[in-house]
Write a new protein. Structure first.
Length: 215
């Protein structure tokens, strides 16, 4: 308990940092994932090709390697001066968006084809059909896999701690360097992650009860 009480500000800062990074990355990944899913089911071949390439690239790239690219390659070629938090946000969002995309695309496939055909028959465009007809129905079946994806995102955010981002897992390095017992450090760090992941799980269970398909 002493390690927690003596370094409560550091644990608090790390916990808040993990929550903020998870929230920001999750929101951006959700936006990107839905857009890329729309590309993947689009009638426009170049958009489908771009969506397929995006998912293939980010789903098959190790997250640590993606962090290294964002840290040492992207700033040199495109965006100099990015701070570590923004780099972590970019890496986590792009990586997670590929999984969100596939979850959303899977949900879209559960909507009967007749829904889209009926929308087209009354003159709706593809984007209108997707936004107003398909996605609202697909949302109900997408919620369970999204819960797992965002829980995984929370745990993946620990990699950011190795890249000088203030987050929960980074606290263990600080305290380990000070000579504290590693077992107790990891106990409190793990408890912090459990609080975040249980909260995410509870929120999605609530959404599933409100919006889920009756069984």
């Amino acid at each position: 308990m002493n390690v927690l009480l003596d370094y409560l500000p550091e644990f608090r800062e790390g916990f808040i940092g993990t929550v903020l990074l998870t929230l920001a990355s999750g929101l951006l990944a959700m936006v990107l994932g839905v857009i890329i899913a729309g590309f993947r089911v689009s009638p426009v071949p170049p958009l489908r090709l771009f969506g397929t390439a995006w998912v293939t690239l980010f789903r098959n790239t190790p997250l640590t390697l993606l962090f290294l690219v964002v840290w040492f390659v992207i700033p040199v070629l495109f965006l100099p001066g990015m701070n570590p938090w923004t780099k972590a946000l970019l890496a986590l969002s792009c990586y997670t968006s590929a999984f969100v995309c596939e979850a959303v695309r899977s949900g879209i496939s559960t909507v009967p084809l007749g829904q889209a055909e009926a929308a087209r028959s009354i003159g709706m465009t593809f984007s209108q059909t997707l936004r107003m007809i398909i996605l609202p129905q697909a949302t109900r079946t997408v919620l369970p896999p999204l819960s797992s994806i965002f829980i995984a995102l929370t745990k993946n955010s620990a990699i950011a701690g190795a890249f000088s981002v203030a987050e929960l897992f980074g606290v263990q390095k600080l305290l380990s360097d000070k000579g504290y017992a590693i077992g107790w450090i990891f106990l409190w760090v793990a408890l912090g992650y459990l609080i975040i992941t249980f909260t995410i799980s509870g929120l999605f269970r609530l959404l599933e009860r409100r919006m889920g398909v009756a069984r």
